[in-house]
Every structure is written in C-alpha cells, then in structure tokens.
Design a protein around this ligand. Structure first.
Ligand code: ADP
Length: 219
C-alpha cells in the first residue's frame, strides 16, 4: 500500500498529461507533484533497504569511543534551519565526560531521527530538550519536546514500520513512518534500550541508553 499509492498517483498524473486530460496550463503543477512523489518513493525504498540490512545483520557496527554531547550538538546544528524556521528553543542539559562506546554513524542517525521528529511534531515557539546523564556504566540520552504528544493507545505502535498517528499526518507529509523502526533496530543492535514517555498535548520524551566508554577520561 505504501509503495502502491505514490506509484498510482505518479502513473495517473503522467497519463493525464500525455493524454491531455490534464490541461496544458496545469502541467507544471502536476509535474511538481510527480517530482515530490518520486522523492518520497526514493526515501521510502532507501529506508526499507536500510531496515532490511539492519534486520538481517548485514550492517556491521563499528565501535569507537566518542563524546555523545558533541555528537548531539552536531545534530542540532544540522537541523538548525528547521529549528529556527519554527522558532523552537533548544535546551541542553549535559553531564560531563559522557564518552560512549558505540557506532557513531548509526547513533547520529538515531539522534537526527528523534530530533527531527521532535521538530516536526512541536508547534511554533515550542521547546526541544536534549539531555545526557551518566548512570553506572550507561549514558542515558533523552530527546524531549513540548509538542502534540502521543495517545496511550498509539504508544506501543509507533515503532511499527509505516505506522503514523492519524493526528500527526497534517504536521508531517514527508515522513515515511519507518524512522522509529530504524531507530529501534539500531539501538537493539547495540544491545541497548530505548523507550518513550508521552502525554497528549503536552509533549514526548524518548530515552535510550549507550555503553559508557571504559577509562572515560576528562574530555
Ligand atoms: P515518520 O517518518 O512518519 O516521522 P517515525 O517512525 O519516525 O515516522 O514516527 C512514527 C510516528 O510516530 C509519526 O508519524 C508520529 O505519528 C509519531 N511520533 C514520532 N515521534 C513523535 C513525537 N516526538 N511527537 C509526537 N508524535 C511522534
């Protein structure tokens, strides 16, 4: 269904243009829709392929020690345009010396997905919080938002592939519903945990654990 819908509309619009059912002056408008649908299909297929690779264990994690606070800062900078467009405030509360042992590229993907979701589902002027906290041999990373929240009955289902909460659809037309499946797979692959807390209309917080790097020296 997820693949068929955009393909049907692409096919329909192109046929409409070729058969002149769609008048000349509307061609550009429809071609732009086709272009967006093709881009969406492209994201969808890439995400599906990544998910398949993760699930089959084909993606090998490359562990290194890095400062998770620095990585979070870099992710915020990557999303800065979206954040300022919406007038969102970012509040960071970091523990010091948070060196972790993990695969930096896939953890960057986790952070970008979670922060991007926080931006998408938080109305203008809202707040996004990023925290790190050392607890024993773990670092707990949290991404919080003051957004629309998620209803209890949807909370278990957001991890499913293609699942999108109905109410959120109008706020996000570009998502594929695969982001959180990929996020959870990456964290599972690390042997770590991820969980979510949310209150409808108040906001959502995702937490995940990472392994603290041994001999973590001052950074
Ligand atoms: P998408 O690409 O649609 O964002 P995800 O798998 O990342 O897909 O998320 C699945 C669904 O979970 C979203 O469509 C949205 O309904 C809900 N969701 C995820 N993050 C949040 C959040 N921070 N606040 C509210 N709803 C969220």
């Amino acid at each position: 269904h997820e693949l068929r819908t955009p393909m049907t509309s692409i096919k329909g619009f192109i046929e409409g243009i070729l058969d002149n059912v769609i008048p000349q002056e509307k061609h550009r408008e429809y071609l732009e829709i086709v272009r967006n649908e093709v881009a969406r299909l492209n994201r969808l297929v890439n995400n599906l392929l990544d998910l398949a690779k993760l699930e089959s264990g084909e993606i090998k994690l490359i562990y290194s020690n890095f400062n998770i606070n620095e990585l979070i800062r870099r992710c915020i900078i990557k999303l800065e345009n979206l954040i300022t467009e919406k007038g969102l405030e970012v509040m960071a509360d970091f523990d010091e010396d948070t060196l972790v042992s993990a695969d930096i590229d896939s953890i960057e993907r986790v952070l970008i997905n979670l922060i991007h979701n926080a931006v998408k589902f938080t109305p203008e002027g809202g707040i996004i919080g990023v925290n790190t906290e050392i607890r024993n041999d773990k670092v707990i990373v949290s991404v919080a938002d003051s957004g629309i929240g998620i209803e209890k009955e949807d909370l278990d289902r957001i991890w499913e592939r293609f699942y999108k909460v109905d109410k959120s659809r109008s706020l996000d037309t570009i998502g594929t519903g695969l982001g959180l499946s990929i996020v959870r797979n990456i964290i599972n692959e690390h042997g770590e945990e991820i969980w979510v807390e949310s209150e409808l209309g108040k906001g959502t917080t995702f937490h995940f654990t990472l392994k603290k790097a041994e001999n973590a020296s001052k950074s």
